[in-house]
Ligand binder design. Structure first.
Ligand code: 13P
Length: 251
């Protein structure tokens, strides 16, 4: 069993061309210079994918989209297909982020449908799950996350084409985080669900990232946990120093 740490940046709806390409160039330069023992991924908004791809050229930083439609093409105004992401140079796509589940009413069934389409286009997925504050306070965290994992990962998900991100909704962008024990418990429970659905080998090899207010000051604590295989970083991924400091704390 070897799960390489993944340091992933979700830029969300941030950065214009100059800011985004400068950020990508800084990250690429640093990753080339230093020997980090981890995988890097950045997921800029669609408008930046082309220029960020160019800025990352020659580095080992992968590119990902933040969402995709399940259809290959057609009458879906405002949407982008997995094929289009692949075509522009993406290796990954984030699916089922809580902001999409909330803002766009995306269900786990839809996420699974999108994931299948992503695999068919040769993309790997980062599938997000996580409980709301209300659900946590009701003691439903593990139930909610388990159910989301069961229903958001399609049958053809494998350890090679899928990463799960556990992101408690209440920890996103708030500066609040669960305790290390809480994170480990949820990750271990998620791995258990993956084992039940896909077998132990897949569960042992599938990476599970933690996301939600990850910063250089707390990253080591989370990323040293046995079932945490990396981080999906929002705010702190918009500053190359912070993004790289998070990597440095563990890789
Ligand atoms: P923050 O790191 O800003 O809390 O965002 C986490 C996130 O939603 C990453 O997908």
């Amino acid at each position: 069993m070897s799960r390489k740490i993944m340091i992933a940046g979700n830029w969300k709806m941030n950065c214009l061309q100059k800011e985004g390409t400068d950020l990508a160039k800084n990250i690429a330069l640093n990753v080339k210079k230093n020997k980090y023992n981890c995988d890097f991924l950045v997921c800029p908004p669609f408008t930046l994918l082309s220029n960020v791809k160019k800025a990352l050229r020659g580095s080992k930083v992968s590119l990902g989209g933040q969402n995709a439609h399940f259809a290959e093409k057609g009458a879906h105004t405002g949407d982008v297909s997995p094929q289009m992401l692949k075509d522009i140079g993406c290796e990954y796509v984030i699916l089922g982020h809580s902001e999409r589940r909330t803002d766009h009413k995306e269900t786990s069934a839809l996420v699974a449908k999108k994931a299948e389409a992503a695999y068919n286009s040769g993309l790997k997925t980062i599938i997000c799950v996580g409980e709301t504050l209300e659900q946590r306070e009701q003691g439903k965290t593990i139930d909610i996350c388990s159910k989301q994992v069961k229903t958001s990962l399609p049958k053809n998900a494998t350890a090679a084409n899928t990463i799960i991100a556990y992101e408690p909704v209440w920890a996103i962008g708030t500066g609040k985080t669960p305790t290390a024990k809480d994170v480990e418990d949820v990750h271990a429970a998620i791995r258990q669900v993956v084992a039940q659905k896909f077998g132990t080998k897949t569960a042992n090899n599938m990476r599970i990232l933690y996301g939600g207010s990850v910063k250089p000051s707390n990253s080591k604590e989370f990323l040293s946990l046995p079932d945490v295989d990396g981080a999906l970083i929002g705010g702190a991924s918009l500053k190359s120093e912070d993004f790289l400091a998070i990597a440095k704390s563990v890789c």
